[in-house]
Write a protein that binds this ligand. Sequence first.
Ligand code: DCP
Ligand code: MG
Length: 370
Amino acid sequence: MGLDPQKTSPRIILHLDMDSFYASVEMQKRPEIRGKPVVIGADPKYGKGRGVVATCSYEARAFGIRSAMPISQAFSLCPHAVFLPSDFPLYARTSREIMTSLRRYGFPFQQVSIDEAFLDLSLLGSFSVAGGLARELKTSIRTTTGLSCSVGVASTKIVAKIASDFQKPDGLIVVEEGQAASFLAPLPVRKVPGIGKKSEQELNGIGIRSIGDLAAYDVQRLITRFGRGGIALHEIALGIDDGEVKEQDRLKSVSRETTFEHDTDDHSTLIAVLDTLIDDVHKDLIGEELRFRTITVKIRYEGFVTKTRAKTLMHSTDSKRTLRSSAQDLLRILWGGSRIRLIGLWVSSLEKNDASQTTLDSSGSQEPFS
Ligand code: DCP
Ligand code: MG
């Protein structure tokens, strides 16, 4: 059997997503916290801490703790959980190790976040062979890193992503071509990537609860309601999506964003969360040995209106002080005092650091809390 794809061969896309990634890396490093509720994020300060949960172990999820929840709420849900700050350089190193091992298989590869990636396995020609490779990948990642992941295999990227999420943790779901619509139909619309709480409510409001309801809904009425996005929604529900697996330039930008569980206009919360984003982005930069020249702040208001503002420096730097003052300036310029749903920070125009260029204030050593 040759590996040449025939015209009739199905597309076979694999999506892999690490389970409770930061928390699992910490549990791997510290055997004494395995099996416990572990929460990664801001310091809870016995319930008075600001900032949010980055992620938590599945044991912590049993208490209702979730990513992006205020850390104070996580503390009240489970005060005896193990609370740990993020160690980005460690997660970035682990991620690089996993992504390098996935790349080595030689299939078209696209990393989409620190812990998830797509592979285009169409050349394998069959879903059962692809399922076998998926099992092999999972075993290999577990052997080399001790971590578990969940994998979805399907004929489109979106269905593969929904499938990888279907049986977390340590899941493996293969949705063969032709089964996508029936796999999707019973799932709540919220499972579609990009459908958040607000869109879910709006869809529920017109009687659409499951992806099957969405597939059966009159497309013209969806267009009237959601504009061109209505067509895309309808196609996703039918399992139609021709998005390709594209290799991306990992060095284009480093970013972080936080969605608030409840929209907020509290200035000190915004500053505290921006500070966490600054810390996280900066740790990533240092971990990756990168300097930046452009800083961008993004805010999303209630109702999905999103604004961004960027600043480009004369020279590249890895200075945390410069990152903080620029980000705070940009937030000041952008924010009109209204309630905010999401805040994001990214740096771009990146270049590899060269030790001789390190600026005096770049290591953060003069900053007591960095
Ligand atoms: N992350 C974060 N803040 C968020 C969401 C995620 O800092 N609001 C970080 C921590 C996660 C990592 O990104 O470990 C990967 O995000 P995932 O959405 O894949 O979440 P997890 O891997 O933690 O859990 P899951 O098992 O649900 O994939
Ligand atoms: Mg994950």
